[in-house]
Write a new protein. Structure first.
Length: 299
């Protein structure tokens, strides 16, 4: 798979995530957010698991055997995913949608920073201005003219560290194992079972609450988790984590478009300019490296 093809998969994942925001807003019913998160990831795991089992056998027979460190890495990836999702959902309940959407975008510039500090990986020079421009575009698109921090905002901000870490771990594990479907199904199982267990003790969901949210769980579980997160893992096998973070951030733009189409929401000219900045950042990440200028050298 070429880098361009991989980035197209990441863009498709962002489109699915953006459209799923509408369902997550109206389809959760009275079910608690932790239980809803665990349920949708378990649905995604069930969907991908048959393909993952076939892939793990093929890779084990033809390429390499899975070792303990591989499974530990997948377990860690799932735990980080669960932590990010729970912190974000906990914060969303205590702040505005505008603030949460804007603050979550902090993970975009965090990915190249963590990659440089933790993994000592240099990135193309275009990543830095593209990350900042993407962050500014998200701020404008969110319609926020001022961000007054509340308690919930601190939870959302803390989740961005884990979202950035998750993007890095997905890239590492997909490349290391050569089995993106196994990585996807493994992290979904960890997140799903962990979320349901935590939700059972914290939220004490009832059967009525679960059945009331079943269609939302199925839709988001099949499309947002089973399809989009799997596309992310496959795409990140061939795309640097910093590039992937910027491309995936376009979910904000697709969420706004979904609100326009399905909820009748309207964007101002200023908000549309924010969307244009996000698209410009993605194009910069795609096109500037093709010129061969500023290619990073190993540290």
């Amino acid at each position: 798979m070429t880098r361009i093809q991989a980035n197209l998969l990441l863009t498709l994942a962002a489109m699915i995530w953006g459209s799923s925001f509408v369902v997550q807003q109206v389809g959760t019913g009275q079910l608690g957010t932790i239980t809803f998160t665990g349920s949708r990831f378990l649905v995604g795991a069930i969907l991908v698991l048959p393909f993952a089992l076939r892939q793990v056998r093929r890779v084990g027979q033809q390429e390499r055997r899975f070792v303990a460190i591989d499974w530990l890495g997948i377990l860690l990836t799932g735990c980080v995913l669960l932590t990010a999702a729970v912190l974000q959902q906990h914060g969303i309940l205590r702040t505005s949608v505008t603030n949460s959407g804007f603050l979550t975008a902090l993970y975009v510039p965090l990915v190249p920073v963590l990659g440089l500090i933790v993994l000592r990986r240099k990135v193309h020079f275009a990543i830095w201005p593209a990350s900042i421009t993407c962050f500014i575009g998200t701020y404008i698109l969110s319609g926020a003219h001022s961000v007054e921090l509340a308690v919930g905002d601190l939870w959302v901000i803390s989740s961005t560290i884990f979202w950035a870490t998750h993007v890095m771990l997905v890239g590492i594990m997909a490349s290391r194992t050569g089995a993106p479907l196994v990585v996807a199904a493994g992290q979904f199982l960890v997140c799903g079972l962990g979320g349901l267990t935590l939700g059972f003790f914290v939220e004490e969901p009832t059967i009525h609450q679960i059945t009331g949210a079943v269609w939302g769980i199925l839709y988001v579980g099949i499309f947002s988790v089973g399809m989009a997160f799997t596309l992310q893992v496959v795409g990140q096998r061939y795309t640097p984590a910093a590039d992937a973070a910027i491309i995936l951030s376009s979910e904000t733009l697709f969420a706004a478009l979904g609100g326009m189409v399905f909820l009748g929401e309207r964007l101002s000219l200023m908000q549309l300019s924010g969307g244009a900045l996000i698209l410009g950042s993605i194009l910069a990440v795609e096109l500037v490296p093709l010129t061969g200028i500023g290619r990073p050298r190993p540290l």
